[in-house]
Ligand binder design. Structure first.
Ligand code: GLC
Ligand code: MG
Length: 547
């Protein structure tokens, strides 16, 4: 049985896209796993620069680079020791400058990460703080509870597991410290102990970050991905939560350390700073907020430009849930006049082919989900290797793992290394073209066949699907524009949405579904079969139609 595919509401006229970031496709480069230029097994800025032509050919509008700043690498560089220096592991400032210029020459913008919630414990400020300097006030130091201060100041847990507090020795006033048992204070770290949280009540912290933002804006970057944008402000008095397993509450409720209303004032200040530069420099929030409405607060007209929509990323492969999340997300961002920002994978989550079911089913669904995402109004992020259909690597031996969450969570939660395995460029050779000196995490043998080389020019490959999708998006600026979609009637399990002159159908079921031909095929994640006036959409597939 097929139903008639008809419009339930008149198609919206797509709003003219005025700003580049409203509908930009932005490619995430996780620097240490993208391309290794110097053969030390770790990706770097020169390696990334040499591979920019791949991104230009893919057709992305911008590149987001994860932290490459001076860092002891306790958390893949999200523990920054010097915000104005490039870590020698990744190159030097002239390499950063060269990469930005080359990307611009190829027509792509560059966004860099800024990590304002915490520094590294090796940052000059924290070292001075430990030695008893006035910099102590830039962090959250508190006396412990219990008779001798032997208990943490409150019950907050680290996102990576264990208490969010670490006790330090009493400074002796001469830049040296006594033994820990001499009863010092505790400092707050919502992530690893090597990542002490900054105290954003202190004006010096504001001034320093404004200066760091200017440093990179002056170098020519087009914006910032703001790490833990929901975390900088803590509830007054640092109150207890009273519940354990707090990591599970992140993104599900407001916590005394996450999504506090006070963070918005910081984003307002940053927006003014960004706007004082020419060239539409942007801020994108990594904010885990409990509802689309609370997430939308981060992208009010005087705050950041984009905020990753993790509700969509977290949504299971279920047509009703997906439709609900899409509608709720679009409505929430439209209410503040901002675009929605779609993302399916990044360096912190299990890659979406594996999330959707692993094996061939997972990959089919992932390809279908990507076409669905790229058909929605707003901006979309593509995580390196997603365009190759890479699965998560789920069988990494414990001894190669580096994710601090793996060690702190006693092994239950070591998932982030699996999405960070260096990507394959060639069929053969050391680390499949990642670099001449192997790769810091082992790559599965099957990745030879998933390499850029193996997929280039192969019809139906995931790489060619992404290239074609981004090319169609460029030719049809209506895709990505506007702020709502029109849902069409469709058989059970099929999502059919209309945009100006365009329809996207997604069959989420495990069997082919027949329906009247909606238009002429622009692109599909699996070829539909035509018989007379009807078409059979293959299981777990999306098709784009011109109407
Ligand atoms: C963000 C980053 C993640 C990092 C954490 C602490 O969530 O994406 O990789 O571990 O912040 O900086
Ligand atoms: Mg290297």
């Amino acid at each position: 049985m097929t139903q008639e595919l008809s419009t339930t509401t008149p198609p919206q006229l797509a709003r003219q896209t005025r700003n580049w970031w409203h509908d930009a496709v932005i490619y995430q480069v996780y620097v240490r796993s993208f391309a290794d230029g110097d053969g030390d097994g770790i990706g770097d800025l020169r390696g990334a620069r040499d591979r920019l032509p791949h991104l230009a050919a893919l057709g992305v509008d911008a590149v987001w680079l994860t932290p490459f700043y001076a860092s002891p690498q306790a958390d893949g560089g999200y523990d920054v020791a010097d915000y104005r220096a490039v870590d020698p592991l990744f190159g030097d400032l002239s390499d950063a400058d060269g990469l930005v210029r080359e990307a611009h020459r190829l027509g792509m913008r560059v966004i860099v990460d800024i990590v304002p919630n915490h520094t590294s414990d090796q940052h000059a400020w924290f070292r001075a703080a430990l030695a008893g300097g006035p910099e102590r006030a830039y962090y959250h130091f508190r006396p412990g509870k219990g008779t001798n201060g032997e208990l943490p100041p409150n019950d907050w847990e680290s996102v990576f597991g264990g208490p969010a507090w670490t006790r330090v020795p009493v400074p002796d006033g001469n830049g040296r410290t006594s033994q820990p048992e001499a009863g010092g204070e505790w400092y707050l770290h919502l992530f690893a102990p090597e990542q002490p949280d900054l105290n954003w009540d202190h004006p010096a912290v504001h001034e320093e970050f404004a200066s760091v933002l200017r440093f990179w804006l002056d170098l020519g970057v087009d914006g910032f991905r703001v790490d833990v944008a929901h975390g900088m402000v803590k509830a007054d008095g640092l109150p207890d939560i009273g519940l354990r397993e707090q990591a599970k509450m992140i993104g599900a409720q407001v916590l005394p350390f996450f999504d506090q209303d006070g963070v918005h004032e910081i984003h307002r200040t940053w927006r003014r700073l960004l706007d004082s530069y020419d060239g539409e420099r942007i801020g994108v929030a990594e904010a885990w907020a409990p509802t689309p409405e609370r997430l939308a607060l981060y992208v009010r007209p005087d705050e950041l430009h984009q905020a990753f929509n993790f509700q969509f990323l977290r949504c299971p492969w279920d047509p009703d849930r997906m439709r609900e999340v899409i509608d709720a997300s679009l409505a929430a961002t439209a209410s503040v006049g901002a675009p929605t920002t779609w993302v399916l994978s990044n360096h912190d989550v299990v890659r979406h082919p594996t999330r959707y079911g692993d094996g061939p089913t997972g990959l089919r669904r992932a390809r279908a989900a990507s076409l669905l995402m790229l058909a929605l109004p707003g901006s979309a992020y593509v995580y390196q290797g997603e365009e190759l259909g890479l699965p998560d690597v789920t069988d990494l031996p414990d001894e190669v793992r580096q994710d601090p969450s793996f060690f702190r969570a006693e092994g239950q939660d070591g998932f982030r290394d699996g999405c960070r395995v260096p990507i394959p460029w060639t069929r053969e050779g050391s680390s499949y073209g990642f670099g001449s000196g192997g790769s810091w995490l082992p790559q599965p043998g099957e990745w030879s066949g998933l390499s850029v080389e193996a997929q280039t020019g192969v019809p139906g490959s995931t790489l060619e699907l992404y290239r074609a999708a981004l090319a169609v998006r460029r030719e049809h600026p209506g895709l990505g524009a506007g702020d709502s979609v029109t849902w069409l009637e469709a058989p059970a399990g099929v999502l059919a949405l209309a945009r100006e002159g365009f329809v996207c159908t997604t069959n989420t079921t495990g069997t082919a579904v027949e329906l009247p031909v909606p238009g002429s095929v622009l692109l599909s994640s699996a070829a539909p079969e035509f018989t007379g006036g009807t078409v059979r959409l293959p299981a777990d597939s999306s098709t784009w139609w011109a109407i």
